[in-house]
Design a protein around this ligand. Structure first.
Ligand SMILES: Cc1ncc(COP(=O)(O)O)c(C=O)c1O
Length: 370
């Protein structure tokens, strides 16, 4: 058999997917990282109409212009950044945007700073690019918020990028504006790029999201529609940055996917252009669940930092692997922290993207763990 490339050998498949393979139907899943809501009704209608009208062909490689114009408007009003539609690249989810950045920026010898704990794709994408990951610990003593000092002490002459993710998967932490700004200044001074994964920006509770792009040209924004509009399966996201950079990164996108799916682009366009009440209602419901899970984890004596964004809790347990197994035995799927970094042997991730009633029942079951 012809062997796949050596560099893939050390890359593990997602632990989260592994959890689903072992689950039976009666188990309640706190494993999944996607909103349990249907897509907005106006998006559904727009997609159906577009299908009827035959909007099923290749689009501009960067995405159709009207969508990029809407994204540009959104970035101006929500994130206070002026990014021309030409400097926006519509991708197959934030996942492709991340992969494009890794292939487009990183090479052997580069050091890439990634949050630890952090989203598991970051390390995998860096590994595939053959650059080196340098974990930046998001300290529990700082409620998992990355601070300027945490990044500063990891900077070397080889630092090429820092992947920032606020609100964070898996901790639910939201970084402070002063740290975002200070790290942006650091990127300017030391000439590295901040790859800012802002996919959870709207799923935030009593906090405000700030994009580092507001403070430095040395930042590129990754965002998408999967979380804000529950459009995970439509696979639609985007990259926004400086035009010369986007033109280069376009090469990776063009020879990989040509363009994001036309129908999903219509979905993205309608999601941005249409009413935003859907997002408010969804976030209100997530907040209700967050309050529930925070209280119940507290009752269970599972220590958890304040949950400020996204839809994950990342409580501490004695031994994550044992806990995940015991939870599975009582019918609850959780994810061991080890998948999210080197510092998480004693954490489990619980997603509250499940109904209020299911979360309540899951907590009742977890109460039975000795
Ligand atoms: C932090 C983070 N970034 C990116 C993604 C990928 O999102 P998409 O569905 O847009 O590819 C996820 C999905 O779970 C995520 O949690």
């Amino acid at each position: 058999m012809v062997k796949p490339a050596e560099r893939l050998k050390s890359i593990e498949l997602s632990q989260i997917r592994k959890m689903f393979e072992v689950c039976d139907d009666s188990a309640i899943s706190l494993g999944i990282g996607e909103p349990d809501f249907d897509i907005p009704e106006n998006v559904k209608i727009a997609i159906n109409n577009a299908l009827e009208e035959g909007f099923t062909h290749y689009t501009h490689n960067k995405g159709f212009l009207e969508l990029r114009e809407e994204i540009s408007k959104k970035l101006r009003s929500d994130n206070k950044v002026n990014i021309d539609p030409n400097s926006i690249l519509v991708t197959v989810g934030a996942s492709e945007a991340l992969y494009i950045c890794a292939q487009g920026f990183f090479e052997k010898g580069d050091e890439i700073l990634i949050p630890d704990p952090g989203f598991l794709s970051y390390k995998a994408c860096v590994d595939i690019s053959e650059a080196t990951t340098i974990p930046v610990e998001a300290k529990i003593s700082n409620d998992y918020k990355i601070k300027l000092e945490d990044v500063e002490e990891k900077i070397s002459s080889k630092t090429k990028a820092f992947i920032m993710n606020s609100p964070s998967n898996p901790t639910g932490a939201v970084m402070d504006k002063k740290d975002i700004k200070a790290i942006a200044d650091l990127a300017t001074d030391h000439d590295f790029i901040i790859i800012s994964d802002e996919i959870y920006e709207k799923i935030i509770y009593d906090k405000k999201h700030y994009s580092p792009k507001q403070f430095t040209d040395n930042a590129i924004i990754i965002n998408g529609f999967s979380k804000t509009y529950a459009m995970t399966g439509l696979r639609i996201g985007y990259l926004a940055g400086e035009e010369e950079i986007i033109e280069e990164l376009l090469k990776v996108h063009q020879y990989n996917t040509a363009c994001a799916p036309s129908i999903s682009q219509i979905g993205g366009y309608e999601a941005l252009k249409g009413p935003q009440g859907y997002v408010k209602t969804m976030v209100k419901e997530f907040k209700r669940r967050k309050d529930l899970i925070s209280k119940r984890l507290d009752d269970l004596n599972l220590e958890c930092t304040p949950l400020e964004g996204a839809f994950y809790a990342f409580p501490q347990v004695e031994n994550a692997k044992d806990y995940v197994k015991k939870a599975l035995d009582v019918g609850v799927i959780t994810v061991p922290g080890s998948g999210f970094g080197q510092t998480c042997e004693c954490n489990v991730r619980m997603s509250y993207a499940n109904s209020y009633e299911n979360i309540e029942e899951a907590m009742n079951r977890l109460e039975k763990i000795k």
